[in-house]
Design a protein around this ligand. Sequence first.
Ligand code: AMP
Ligand code: MG
Length: 339
Amino acid sequence: MTRVLPAESGSLAEAARLLASGSLVAFPTETVYGLGADATDGRAVAAIFEAKRRPRFNPLITHVPDLESAGAFVAFDERAFALAEAFWPGPLTLVLPRLPNCRLADLVSAGLDSAAVRVPGHPLARDLLRAAHRPIAAPSANRSGRISPTTADHVLAEFPEGEVMAVLDGGPCPVGLESTVLDLRGERPVLLRPGGLPIEDIERVCGPLARPDGGGAPRSPGMLDRHYAPGKPLRLDAAVPRPGEALLGFGPMAATLNLSPAGDLAEAAANLFGCLRVLDAGGFPRLAVAPIPPRGLGVAINDRLRRAATPPDANADDWPEVCATMPCMAVVDPDDEGD
Ligand code: AMP
Ligand code: MG
């Protein structure tokens, strides 16, 4: 059974103790709930992959309490430093070269020589990271490919067999979308995943972002097409529902559920995954969603909706082949970890 820990100081000490012993603890961040493990412990990190049924070639984001802690694991150049100064704590993940003496388990990086790091803005997450005295690897606390959790109840529903030792309950996640992921290893920063920090804000600090080219192999496993998906078919850009469809609305309109009747993108982002879960569990066999403006957080909302709408066979069977073409395909055995 997964224990639910209320948001209080005794819970933080207990969650930190569980993490130190190699257990999995889910915790709230401002983006979504993360499934946390000690990022320096190869076996604990392997347990994340097992619980999520996540392919081992898909690297994880490491969470740290501040910029200084991140500097112990990855190499910051001036541009990375400026972005971290501008947006941390917050929903921005930076992919940077691992330092030669980096203590993060190889499995965190799926064998790559880079690592993704973030300082989350949620006060409970930061308190936990400080109490844990170790970096915490934490992907979203859902089974791979499924809808990300934005409440503790969602986490419990994803892992009914108790693979997760505890979930720290901090209520609903205020942003509700995963972090924006930037690859800072090349000459120009590359947007690997749109997310909770709007692209326009980032470009004001570091100039135009490059998008990974559409052709060829995905640069990052999170770019595989189907992801964040409900069990039911989803139709995009729907003005009115067809027979048998539940309509997820945006702005003033008649709908089964509405992401934001006022047409507010931040409210829509915060409601997106919870609404998809409710409609997925409801009586309608099919889902449809109204058009979402493609600006600000709307870019990330549309990205998640497009992936959720991709039919299940679009890449499930292709995964081994797709992955074989990826630079990050390295398979790592946690038993081989030096740390
Ligand atoms: P998730 O853990 O599901 O929130 O996804 C993390 C995202 O960051 C995925 O899209 C990963 O592929 C990406 N990512 C994490 N680490 C790296 C890395 N070292 N290089 C490239 N992408 C990464
Ligand atoms: Mg995820």
